[in-house]
Design a binder for this molecule. Structure first.
Ligand SMILES: Nc1nc2c(ncn2[C@@H]2O[C@H](COP(=O)(O)OP(=O)(O)OP(=O)(O)O)[C@@H](O)[C@H]2O)c(=O)[nH]1
Ligand SMILES: [Mg+2]
Ligand SMILES: [Zn+2]
Length: 346
């Protein structure tokens, strides 16, 4: 979009339109609250937030086991509720033409991600596992994967690492290095992983076995094929996928909001918007240390408690790297992430 300066009159008109919109939304919300107080809305029902749209949310009813069932409804929020996120467990009441969320259960956990200015924002709540999707295209970024893994450890939610687009495998150095980085995660560190080429059903079977009766959120760089995987797992849905940029081979941020789908075999899947980078600037040194579970195993044995695993004598971490017990790449990644921490705590 071209950046042009608005005239004073245009700016005034835009402001006026926005104010009118806001007034309309507030008026509608007040009307729904009045219907609620007058007992005009249906019975209280349990539901889960499917997606958030500004100050409203879409909610799907859930059965006694928490499984989403039926049609989602667009709801206002009762005044006492602050913002809700995809995955929140709520109570709502609805009639044919109005609906309102009246309560939200305490969140079991919440996954945060940095917004465009690096500020952490809640993205999804009440999650059993995080499915980190990686692919051979856009160009793999092992360090980004390490950052996601730190974020999942900080959130205390177990991850699964998926490698997609294996049909694009080439003998290039970048692909080989990426595959050996992933192999290290699966085989040495012990993370759960699956190869899930969207284009072959075998991989999908392996992935779907991990999803049954769980609430999973798919995260990863834009263009790795999160939505393609979710679409393949949920053939009856109609999910937008987007081509990569022709020259840069980067994703185009096709998915714009985190959205929850019922998984027919039991459980739910949240597809989320891709992230180009996952800055960890706002977390502490201790979080990063906790987040590298392979390094953590050795660092307790370093001679100095505040060892930075660089040149200190008696460093058990560097010793493990020399003996081939710990990946050199992971240690380098750990140190680079520490260097990016703000507040001088690196
Ligand atoms: N070759 C190949 N291409 C795939 C595979 N899976 C997905 N793609 C392609 O990758 C592109 C991006 O797919 P999306 O599903 O939109 O990616 P996304 O991760 O949801 O991207 P955002 O919504 O932008 O975060 C599309 O052109 C897909 O057709 C695969 O297994 N192999
Ligand atoms: Mg998508
Ligand atoms: Zn050390």
């Amino acid at each position: 979009m071209s950046k042009r300066k608005l005239t004073r009159q245009q700016a005034w008109r835009i402001e006026k339109i926005q104010k009118e919109r806001l007034d309309r939304a507030t008026r509608h919300k007040t009307e729904v609250e009045e219907l609620l107080v007058a007992g005009e809305l249906g019975q209280e029902q349990s539901g889960r937030v499917v997606a958030r749209f500004g100050k409203q949310v879409e909610v799907v009813p859930v059965d006694s086991l928490g499984q989403p069932r039926g049609e989602a409804v667009r709801c206002h929020l009762r005044a006492n509720l602050t913002t809700l996120v995809t995955g929140d467990a709520v109570v709502f009441q609805s009639s044919d033409d109005a609906a309102i969320v009246t309560a939200c259960e305490m969140r079991r956990n919440v996954l945060e991600r940095p917004d465009s200015r690096g500020v952490l924002k809640a993205m999804a709540a009440n999650i059993d596992q995080i499915v980190i999707v990686t692919a051979l295209e856009p160009e793999p970024q092992p360090e980004l994967l390490d950052r996601y893994l730190v974020a999942t450890e900080v959130a205390g939610i177990p991850p699964i690492v998926v490698i997609n687009k294996v049909d694009l495998m080439r003998a290039s150095d970048a692909h080989q290095q990426f595959l050996s980085a992933i192999q290290n995660l699966y085989e040495v560190i012990g993370y759960t992983g699956v190869q899930a080429p969207t284009k072959e059903s075998d991989g999908l079977d392996a992935l779907s076995a991990h999803l049954i009766n769980k609430s999973s959120v798919f995260i990863g760089q834009s263009g790795v094929g999160k939505s393609s995987l979710v679409q393949a797992l949920l053939p009856s849905e109609d999910i937008r996928v987007g081509h990569l940029h022709k020259q840069t081979r980067l994703g185009r941020h096709t998915t714009s909001t985190a959205r929850l789908y019922a998984y027919a075999a039991g459980g739910s899947i949240i597809d989320s918007p891709g992230i180009r980078d996952f800055g960890l600037e706002q977390i502490s040194r201790t979080d990063v240390e906790q987040g590298f579970i392979d390094i953590r195993e050795f660092s307790d044995h370093c001679r100095f408690r505040d060892c930075r695993h660089r040149h200190e004598p008696g460093c058990a971490v560097r010793d493990a790297v020399e003996k081939g017990k710990l990946s050199r790449r992971r240690l380098a990644s750990f140190q680079r992430i520490l260097e990016t921490l703000t507040g001088g705590n690196a």
